[in-house]
Ligand binder design. Structure first.
Ligand code: S3P
Length: 446
């Protein structure tokens, strides 16, 4: 296993009001997909606003290793693709770093190519379950060269003769849905994924934009998503909106730091992603979507946030897919609400970059909050304040780090996170943007 980078503890201290208008970098989910579909298209894809964070850069490196061209010209990323099924064998293993999305989506791509590829990742990614993607892909024809192995590093052999399947998602996961649909592009016939709870639909939207036939049909409680095989994609222009999962930290910070009033411009508000914003409004948060418009096939708004008195709420399990990455920050600021915030249906939180259910509960407890984990439910007892003064173990998880740095901006004593380096995987500008708004962070032990 390769050495991880040296950790950098960081502390967040009580800040004066946060003020200003800012933008957050491009959406991570859309950025991965733009690079991957660009590589599978013929012709040139031009991507504006691509997220230049480690996770996405690893996907860019992977598509280049597979024979596509991906390079920055001015402020546009240009991808010259090789057509569906046209990628070539890379010279060495593909390293996906910390990124589950890059890994799982790319498994769908590799499944449709008759070549053998080794995929690797960091210590966090190497612990994450891959069976959820490998299961359906093996049914379609992918081979795992170490049968029975279900975590990275993995060596896989794809085929140009994938079988189409009908696959009912056992877990609400956009990554699994996307991997099967991407493999379906290469198969001979129609591939259908059936989901019970709607998960982010960027794959469906973007595949249509690239010219694939993707049909979405509601059937009772379920949605059937069908992609036609033997697909041809052609290069397109893509505009990547601001990432609502990054904007979440700014939003949460402005709500709890007294006197704050910020606007975050150009944020994606696709309803499959906005569960946190709805929840914050239910808590009494002054969060409004202004100047709502459509950009590049996705709904976008400027989000205005003013500091608010929050009250505890119950967050229903069926909302989880639309805010799955936002629970750590929601839980962290729930301590500042009055009353209990109960979050149900959090099973998927346990298999993210860390076990986020445990990491979030432990971080809150270390900072004086009363918190309970009961099965898949997390309850935070809000008392209108958080003591702070604790050290948070981040377990190579960017969102645990950012969630507690956010809470530290309003806690009585500073909060220290044991490692802020992983923030670069999704939101390298987190610190400068927060500081521009008035936040205060200090390096610890240097
Ligand atoms: C993502 C889907 C989610 C999310 C991840 C990005 C995607 O994961 O947590 O950050 O881009 O499809 P799951 O699909 O595993 O829930």
């Amino acid at each position: 296993m390769k050495a991880e980078s040296i950790s950098q503890p960081l502390s967040a201290s009580r800040a004066g009001p946060l003020k200003g208008r800012v933008r957050v970098p491009g959406d991570k989910s859309i950025s991965h997909r733009a690079l991957i579909f660009g590589a599978l298209a013929t012709g040139t894809t031009r991507i504006k606003g691509l997220l230049e964070a480690e996770d996405v850069i690893n996907t860019a490196r992977a598509v280049v290793a597979l024979g596509a061209i991906a390079e920055k010209q001015g402020d546009i990323w240009e991808v010259k693709g090789r057509g569906v099924g046209g990628l070539r064998t890379p010279d060495g293993p593909l390293d996906f770093g910390n990124s589950g999305t890059g890994t799982r989506l790319m498994m769908g791509v590799l499944a449709g190519h008759p070549m053998t590829v080794t995929m690797t990742g960091d210590a966090s990614l190497s612990r994450r379950p891959m069976r959820r993607v490998l299961g359906p892909l093996v049914e379609m024809g992918l081979e795992i060269l170490e049968p029975g192995k279900e975590t990275l590093p993995l060596t896989l052999r794809g085929t140009s003769e994938l079988m189409p399947i009908v696959y009912r998602l056992p877990v609400p996961s956009a990554q699994v849905k996307s991997a099967v649909l991407i493999a379906g592009l290469h198969a001979a016939g129609k591939t259908t994924v059936i989901e019970r709870e709607p998960t982010r639909d960027h794959t469906e939207r973007m595949l249509r934009h690239f010219g694939a036939a993707v049909a979405t049909e509601a059937k009772g409680e379920e949605t059937h998503i069908t992609v036609d095989g033997d697909a041809e994609l052609s290069g397109k222009d893509i505009l990547v909106p601001g990432d609502p999962s990054s904007a979440a930290f700014l939003t949460a910070a402005a709500l709890i730091v007294p006197g704050s009033d910020i606007t975050i411009e150009g944020v994606l508000i696709n309803p499959t992603r906005t569960g946190l914003y709805l929840t914050l409004q239910e808590m009494g948060g002054d969060v409004t979507f202004e100047n709502v418009r459509e950009e590049g096939g996705e709904p976008v708004a400027d989000i205005r946030v003013r500091a608010s008195r929050l009250k505890g709420v119950r967050v229903p399990a069926n909302r989880a897919p639309s805010m799955i990455d936002e629970y750590p920050v929601l839980a962290a600021i729930s301590a500042f609400a009055e009353g209990e915030t109960r979050m149900d249906g959090l099973a998927e939180l346990k298999v993210k970059e860390s076990d986020r259910l445990q990491a979030t509960a432990a971080g809150l407890a270390a900072n004086g909050a009363t918190v309970h984990v009961d099965g898949d439910t997390l309850t935070v007892v809000g008392i209108g304040a958080l003591k702070g003064g604790g050290i948070v173990a981040t377990h190579l998880d960017h969102r645990i780090a950012m969630a507690f740095l956010t809470a530290g901006l309003a806690s009585d004593a500073p909060i220290v996170v044991d490692d802020a380096t992983m923030i670069a995987t999704s939101f390298p500008e987190f610190r400068p943007i927060m500081e521009m708004l008035g936040a205060r962070f200090d390096e610890v032990g240097r």
